[in-house]
Every structure is written in structure tokens, then in C-alpha cells.
Write a protein that binds this ligand. Structure first.
Ligand SMILES: [Zn+2]
Length: 104
């Protein structure tokens, strides 16, 4: 399952390469076929923002209401790790690529 390049329209981006393209503020990765730099689009940006907020809120909440190490692991560390892993998985399999705006 490969993703379509926005410039040449060919299925050239593997899931891992697409995830490594980064968001709209990054310079992106080149398409193996036509060389256009591509990044993940707006929906990916929203997904990253929402998950970062949830992860941040979980960490802050657990920092001030430390109940037990077990609750800290499940309610603080786990959401933080998921807030890093889930957007990466989203980038691998969902969302569209767009051409990079940022200059190299
Ligand atoms: Zn291309």
C-alpha cells in the first residue's frame, strides 16, 4: 500500500517514508519518481495538535495530582507515549500528501 505523490500522481510513497515527511512546517522528503518535496497536509497538522494537547494535559494533570505510581504510569506516561506514537501511525496510513511550502 503506497501513497500518491501530489505532483506526478504515482504511488511512490511507502508508509514509513510518508510518516518521515513531517508536517507542513518541515521541508519534507523527495518523491522517488519526480523529486518534488512532499509533506503531510492540514488534517495531519490537526491530528498532531490534538494529540499533543491531550498528552500535555495528561502529564500536567498527573504531575499535580500524583495518586500512585500505577495511576501515574497509566494516566500520565501512557497517554504521553500514545500522543507521540498515534500521530506517527496516522501519518503512515491516513491523510494526504501536499507539496512542501518551506524552502530548503
Ligand atoms: Zn512524484
Amino acid at each position: 500500500m503506497k501513497h500518491i505523490c501530489p505532483n506526478c500522481g504515482q504511488k511512490t510513497f511507502s508508509p514509513l517514508l510518508k510518516a518521515r515527511c513531517g508536517g507542513m512546517s518541515s521541508t519534507g522528503k523527495r518523491c522517488p519518481e519526480c523529486g518534488t518535496r512532499c509533506v503531510n497536509g492540514k488534517v495531519s497538522l490537526a491530528v498532531h495538535s490534538v494529540f499533543s494537547l491531550i498528552g500535555f494535559a495528561a502529564v500536567i494533570y498527573n504531575y499535580f495530582t500524583f495518586l500512585s505510581p500505577k495511576v501515574f504510569l497509566l494516566g500520565g506516561v501512557l497517554p504521553f507515549v500514545l500522543s507521540l506514537v498515534l500521530p506517527f501511525i496516522y501519518d503512515m496510513f491516513f491523510g494526504k500528501l501536499i507539496e512542501a511550502i518551506k524552502r530548503e
